[in-house]
Design a protein around this ligand. Sequence first.
Ligand code: OGA
Ligand code: MN
Length: 276
Amino acid sequence: MTLSSAQVEVRDLTPRIGSELVTDLDTLLSGREAANIRAILEQRGVVYFRGLQISDEHQVAIARTLGTIVGNEGDEGIYKISLDASVNQRAKYLKGSLFWHFDGSLQPYPNLATLLKAVQLSDTGGDTEFCNTYAAYDDLPQSDKDLIADLRVVHSAEHSQYYVEPEMSYDEVAFWQQSPTKACPIVWTHQSGRKSLLLGATADYVVGYPVEESRALLARLRDWSTQPQYVYRHQWEVGDLIIWDNTGTMHRAMPYAADSGRLMHRTILAGEEPLQ
Ligand code: OGA
Ligand code: MN
């Protein structure tokens, strides 16, 4: 299937995930290709645009052609992603982004998509990896599809913080436990009929499973989903704009120093599909 159109050339980066989209800024801003780009995103999981001189205003305008923007604390569509607490007060929570996750796992609807633009890079580290959880689900052996068909996982902010701070104090645990948890199916059956997996750093435990079995299953499914054939690793250039389909992928930043200056500008599109 060719996804390219007259105005957008699709250059696949790996067979199962990731494409560079070659187009021009006017086309993106006009929204003429928005429906096409959404279809490409759903097929390819993650796309990027390079060399288009996309300002913050452009980024917000492009996002609006694709869906409905979700704000973060009065940010007008641009939220600063940095591990430096003097740039983002929630830097500690954002350290969870170094581990496989999808965005908005604790929200009523997971976000539709995230736009992330590189403003400043770290000298070392700081690539971003993405995995395709549609493809990972499709390839599961039937026995695993049967096993997980009706399983639910409770997601919590607290769980993702154990990756960042393995020996949290009582006060820290109590703080993170104030965030509401949310039960999600492991298998998300979309309105399209396609199925993807919902896992990641906020995935705390499988409902009704003994503790060890729950941990083992979550680790096994994450290992499966993040095998090299499902993964695209993006090496950023300043100005790159990435968009990922947050409903059929997970992502993580590769380690970088909090004081490296790495800064990304993020815009989030609201989820449109409820979870069953
Ligand atoms: C995010 C995120 C990864 C990165 O913004 O949601 O996970 O590489 N970012 O900064
Ligand atoms: Mn994220």
